[in-house]
Design a protein around this ligand. Structure first.
Ligand SMILES: Nc1ncnc2c1ncn2[C@@H]1O[C@H](COP(=O)(O)OP(=O)(O)OP(=O)(O)O)[C@@H](O)[C@H]1O
Ligand SMILES: [Mg+2]
Length: 249
């Protein structure tokens, strides 16, 4: 379970401070698929980076299964991240000099997992890439590279999968394939998923949809709502309460 308490991010912008996330409370229960939508610059990537412990908040707490990331040292944070969190990026971030198989092996080898190669092959099989194990990223399509990145993110059986615009750099057919893989992973593994996207087709597949605007939760929406029956705008505080309330399913 992910719990954010009064999470705030301020960055220096010239001589002024710029608040890119206003204090935000949010709970994502175990197994929930939460999507975050909102205009460019609304704070989606910032929020995901804070949840992943890739970035530190200015104020507030990020609790992963009760552990506050803010209180962890660098090594403890790296271990928690490696064991419990998988991250998928818009631009894949594969290591170009390693094959698909080797890219998936890296996180397993870091943790000294037994049968790492067998496990990597099974993961590539899970994303439909068993025929591409020895291809380098440059020899793979964008969609295939993203599938390798998903396999890598799943390598250590994390309980949480974070994804920042995983279909953002793909055409619609490859995007659909990635959506299917993410939905399959959610169903089979029961993982908690938090995913930022501009792709409404993907967002509507989630259990709960949150909209960020100017660094605030703007409008909670239950997934599968169509554009015409979307919830009306509500003030940020109400939105946060509603989002927390609707997450208890
Ligand atoms: N290190 C930084 N220094 C200054 N401003 C930053 C920094 N990081 C992010 N910002 C600003 O914070 C705001 C939120 O950025 P963020 O990347 O989280 O938005 P986003 O919702 O992910 O946008 P997109 O949909 O384009 O990916 C933006 O206005 C961005 O310019
Ligand atoms: Mg972003």
């Amino acid at each position: 379970m992910i719990r954010l308490e009064q999470l705030k991010k301020v960055v220096a912008s010239g001589s002024e401070d710029l608040t890119i996330l206003h204090p935000l409370d949010l709970e994502v229960p175990e197994g929930q698929f939460l999507s975050i939508v909102g205009p460019s610059g609304s704070g989606k990537s910032t929020l995901l980076g804070l949840i992943a412990g890739l970035d530190a908040p200015t104020e507030g707490s990020v609790l992963i299964d009760g552990v506050n990331l803010v209180e962890l040292g660098e090594d403890e944070l790296a271990r928690l991240r490696g064991e419990r969190i998988g991250f998928v990026f818009q631009f894949f971030h594969l290591l170009p000099s390693l094959t698909a198989l080797e890219n998936v092996l890296v996180p397993l080898e870091i943790f000294g997992i037994l049968n790492a190669e067998k496990k990597s092959r099974a993961l590539l099989d899970e994303v439909g890439l068993s025929e591409r194990t020895h291809h380098y990223p440059s020899q793979l399509s964008g969609g295939e590279q993203q599938r390798v990145a998903i396999a890598r993110a799943l390598a250590n059986d994390p309980s949480i999968l974070l994804a920042d615009e995983p279909t953002g750099n793909l055409d619609s057919s490859n995007g659909k394939h990635i959506i299917d893989i993410i939905l399959g992973v959610h169903e089979r593994r029961g993982m908690t998923i938090v995913l930022a996207t501009h792709n409404m087709e993907l967002a509507r597949m989630s259990d709960v949809m949150l909209e960020l605007k100017d660094g605030r939760i703007h409008r909670p929406e239950i997934a599968n709502a169509t554009a015409t029956d979307a919830a009306p705008d509500v003030p940020a505080e109400d939105a946060q309460t509603a989002a927390a309330g609707s997450s208890g399913q």
